[in-house]
Write a protein that binds this ligand. Structure first.
Ligand SMILES: [Ca+2]
Ligand SMILES: [Ca+2]
Ligand SMILES: [Ca+2]
Length: 349
């Protein structure tokens, strides 16, 4: 075999392993979504919060076909008849519309009181399994107690503190979580919520306020985040948030899209543990084909992985089916999914 042919074959091997690495990091499992909008009280419960929830709910139902029973809605007064919402046009108050997804059917949701949020999350934590994944989305007012603790306002002017939410989420034994927080001081929550197998996106840092859109009744960061996962804006116009063109919107892509399109005085924050989790976490119901969680095998000692700065990245290689070699790379720094796989020798199956 000529040297040129050998080199060509070796390059092909690198490309196969690299493509497998990029394509195989999709996170699997059924998604259960929790959408929370506390609103505080009718004076503070802006119409845009309901819009944020409705846009996401519609997206989960229409784009991702997530069943109603897999979406827990906790919004202001829980759909009671009383007026609970400040209208965006300044004309006064109204009761939150009962139909969130615009299909003409009344949707059922629970009140976003502290007690109900605690009860719902506790019940879900007991019900969901390690095969499930959780999406937690929260749009709301937020604040801090003299910079000591941050909170989100629940209905009835109750506070859901960062430590309390952390405790509630720690009771879950799901495969992974995606957490999206849109309130003021949301970045403060990251230190308390950060855990293995969680990806967190917030509208702002712990010291910043979070803002509404200037041109429509939505909140700026969560609006663009929802546009990203929907692949369209609230008017139905297509947008492109699939940066790598693989047909799926990852949490990393959704965050990048929202951050790039955020026009307000806020600095969105992102935290993925491990760093590559958000690159593969999508709302799509993948089959188990892409699931990779194998321990180190003998193959893992036969290859090295480097990021584009030349730093070595620890990798795990699993053998899947008869012909596929799949690489799962954990990056120690940064979020870029670009990497170079360099086998030190060609292994045999
Ligand atoms: Ca109401
Ligand atoms: Ca409906
Ligand atoms: Ca993508």
């Amino acid at each position: 075999m000529s040297e040129i042919l050998k080199r060509t074959l070796l390059i092909c091997c690198y490309l196969v392993v690299f493509c497998c690495a990029v394509c195989s990091q999709k996170t699997t499992g059924r998604v259960h979504a929790v959408i929370i909008s506390g609103g505080m009280n009718k004076l503070m419960n802006h119409e845009r919060y309901w819009n944020d929830c409705a846009f996401l709910y519609r997206t989960l139902r229409e784009v991702y076909q997530i069943p109603q029973q897999d979406i827990t809605l906790l919004i202001s007064d829980g759909g009671e008849a009383g007026r609970d919402m400040l209208l965006a046009d300044g004309s006064g108050f109204a009761s939150s519309p009962a139909d969130l997804d615009g299909d003409g059917e009344r949707d059922v949701w629970l009140p976003a009181t502290l007690q109900q949020v605690e009860a719902s999350l506790t019940e879900l934590a007991a019900r969901l399994t390690p095969d499930d994944r959780l999406l937690l989305f929260l749009t709301d007012h937020g604040g801090t107690d003299n910079g000591q603790q941050a909170y989100a306002w629940m209905w009835g002017s109750q506070r859901l503190y960062d430590t309390q939410l952390a405790q509630l989420l720690d009771a879950f034994h799901v495969a992974s979580m995606s957490i999206v927080l849109g309130m003021c001081n949301a970045g403060w929550f990251i230190n308390h919520l950060q855990r293995e197998n969680r990806v967190i996106a917030t509208s702002c840092t712990g010291d910043e306020q979070s803002w509404e859109c200037r041109d429509r009744a939505y909140d700026e960061f969560v609006y663009h985040w929802t546009c990203a996962i929907a692949g369209r804006d609230s008017d139905g116009n297509s947008i492109n948030s699939d940066a790598n063109g693989d047909g799926y919107i990852s949490m990393a892509e959704a965050f990048d899209y929202a951050r790039q399109h955020d026009r307000r005085e806020e600095t969105p924050q992102y935290c993925s543990t491990p760093a590559t989790l958000g690159d593969g976490w999508t709302l799509s119901p993948f089959s188990n084909d892409g699931m990779l969680d194998s321990p180190q095998t003998e193959h893992s000692r036969t290859a090295q992985c480097y990021d584009l700065q030349g730093r070595e990245i620890p990798i795990h290689i699993a053998t899947k089916r008869r012909s596929a070699q799949i690489v799962y790379a954990k990056q120690s720094a940064g979020r870029s999914s670009f990497m170079i796989i360099k086998p030190s020798r060609i292994w045999r199956r």
